[in-house]
Design a protein. Sequence first.
Length: 75
Amino acid sequence: MLSAMTEEKRLFTVNEACVYLSVSRMSLYRMIQHKEIAPVSIGGRTLFDRKDLDELIEKAKGPTGRRSPNPKASK
């Protein structure tokens, strides 16, 4: 279901964005607070643009194409 949904939809609800990113709602809200991702507000609904979600994923990979190490773990 997710693969069919992601090929067609541009805007995701909070729950759909969480599934797409494999993160909890709390993690998604933290990303908003830290300005890592900006929600789209339409008709009083909080939505997320698929392009922004994909960009967040690419940034998380780091320059080598792999996931960036956790900066907290190295402290």
